[in-house]
Ligand binder design. Sequence first.
Ligand code: PEP
Ligand code: MN
Length: 337
Amino acid sequence: MVVILEKNATPEQIENVVKHLEGFGFQVHKSVGAEKTIIGAIGVKPNFDTRTISILDGVEDVYRVTTPFKLASRSFHEKNTVIKIKDVEIGGNQVMLMAGPCSVENEDQIFRLAEIVAKSGAKILRGGAFKPRTSPYSFQGLGEEGLKLMRAAADKYNLLVITEVMQIAHIELIERYTDIFQVGARNMQNFSLIKELGTTNKPVMLKRGIAATIEEWLMSAEYILANGNKNVFLCERGIRTFESYTRNTFDLSAIPVVHKKSHLPVIADPSHATGLRDQVPPMARAAVAAGADGLMIEIHDDPEKALSDGPQALLPDTFLKLVDELKLIAQAIGRTI
Ligand code: PEP
Ligand code: MN
């Protein structure tokens, strides 16, 4: 940590800052310049709140030089993490596609859509059975029935399953049907839920919170890793900004930023990031070009009647055409799909 003192800081104020830092166990190095004094505080204290120092009299600024996340950081683990689930790898050279409806609605629907997913070459079927809806009057998902239908459809077409878990009480149930736990944006900072997922050994896809910084997102990944589960990957799904044309603002640069800061795979969800069907293909193409390790895309064959997120669902033909385009983009950057 680096502490910069104000130009007019008194010797007493500077000594007070030094005393505080030493009191917290830091090794202190003072450097007195012509105008300002700078203090270097050495010591790794991941949970140290820098505001403890920034509110002291005479302090102008405090900067951290280490990240507060360790296990998730690139410096802790230099090589990319590759998560293996049966014959599927997330974080490897192949860009992993996950697709399916927002919600599992009935048997016919999920089997029809699973067939499209398999036809595209995607390996993972997505679908919600327990849905985090903004309105309590909206469709909340089919619950266990939805899990059963999705597992059966995925098994028929040799696909893996990813589905959202919203509460600790459902972990055991969902674990029986899914290959990957999805933590939704609204639960990214549900620390009791993510801690508990850290004690399982099923892969967890952690979506970025609606208004979460990249650091907060990585801190949530840290919770899962610190509790023992090393199979974590991230999903950029757009964040809340002042722009209201799209449902969320797709933070494309989060992909290379996460790759720089962390060894964990990061995928993109252009469906929730834009909320509009016509915006999904361009953002999907951009995400692959930016180095996303995978994509999660919502599809539906009758989106007008979809029980959730119809306006952002791609029609099967559009989805299949998009996958062909994505293959070319992946190839251009030395990857496969
Ligand atoms: C979803 O994937 O269906 C979902 C609800 O996404 P998010 O948590 O990103 O809103
Ligand atoms: Mn959805």
